[in-house]
Design a protein around this ligand. Structure first.
Ligand code: FMN
Length: 242
């Protein structure tokens, strides 16, 4: 029986040891990966890819690149959440096509104000934000925005390193959605960033512009896979009400 949101939240733990006697269904893992794409992403750019590792051989190699930590070594399958900031132009085109399909193909002058805004958003604003040249242009934009920002609120994420954070945030939201989806199915996961990201990129034949967000191992927990009670900072230390 599937779990409620609250039950899934409490069920999900970072599992460090999976039961080798309890296989998981790759189709269910794939379904949870697909559900993860329903997570919000910045400007709906969806600058991610999900590499679902089901081959035993590749999992073994991947576990080695996760330093053979228990969560990786005992996993049945793994999913590598990859940031593809380098695909921004392609994502702009997909978004543009999507909005134009909805609004209909017509001359720009015939679109409503709201429609024009959506088209200009992907045609002008996103390229202005994402386009950079050797990382230099980003700093120029950052300085200009900083000066304008002296007089009014302004978006400041202009440098390449800022855009990286933007893309990683959205990919991490997909990763969390995936883990909760898996918990609903009674499947276990462990997010890992204790990894050799360069070797993993090579293993998956990823281009230089791709970045590993995290690797998530999957399986069914052994009781000792939960290494201890949950620790969270007292809520009133992290909760600020204004
Ligand atoms: C981005 C990220 C990276 C993590 N990397 C690792 C890791 O490499 N190895 C590991 O055993 N756990 C890793 N964790 C799991 C955390 O240690 C775990 O989520 C935390 O201790 C809280 O425990 P809980 O998830 O069971 O509530 C990672 C978690 C996150 C969010």
């Amino acid at each position: 029986m599937s779990k409620t949101f609250e039950e899934a939240l409490h069920y999900r733990r970072a599992i460090r040891s999976y039961d080798p006697e309890k296989p998981i269904d790759s189709a269910i893992v794939k379904k949870c990966i697909e559900q993860s794409t329903l997570a919000p992403s910045s400007s709906n750019m969806q600058l991610y890819e999900f590499h679902h590792i089901i081959s035993k051989e590749t999992n073994k190699k991947l576990a080695e690149y996760c330093f053979d930590q228990g969560a990786a070594k005992t996993a049945q399958e793994m999913v590598v959440f990859v940031v593809r900031k380098d695909l921004w132009k392609r994502r702009v085109q997909s978004n543009l096509q999507f909005v134009k399909n909805i609004f209909g193909e017509k001359p720009m002058t015939e679109y409503s104000k709201r429609e024009k805004f959506a088209i200009n958003y992907y045609q002008k604003l996103i390229p202005l934000t994402y386009f950079d040249f050797l990382g230099i242009l980003g700093y120029v934009k950052y300085a200009i925005y900083w000066m304008i920002g002296l007089f009014r609120p302004i978006y400041r994420e202009a440098r390449s390193k800022d855009i990286r954070v933007v893309a990683h945030k959205s990919t991490a939201l997909a990763a969390q959605t995936f883990m909760l989806g898996m918990a609903v199915e009674g499947y276990d996961t462990c997010p890992m960033e204790g990894i050799d990201s360069l070797r993993i990129k090579k293993l998956l034949n990823l281009p230089s512009g791709a970045e590993i967000n995290m690797v998530i191992s999957c399986g069914i927990r052994k009781p000792e896979g939960v290494t201890g009670p949950r620790f969270r900072i007292p809520f009133d230390e992290v909760y600020k009400q204004w």
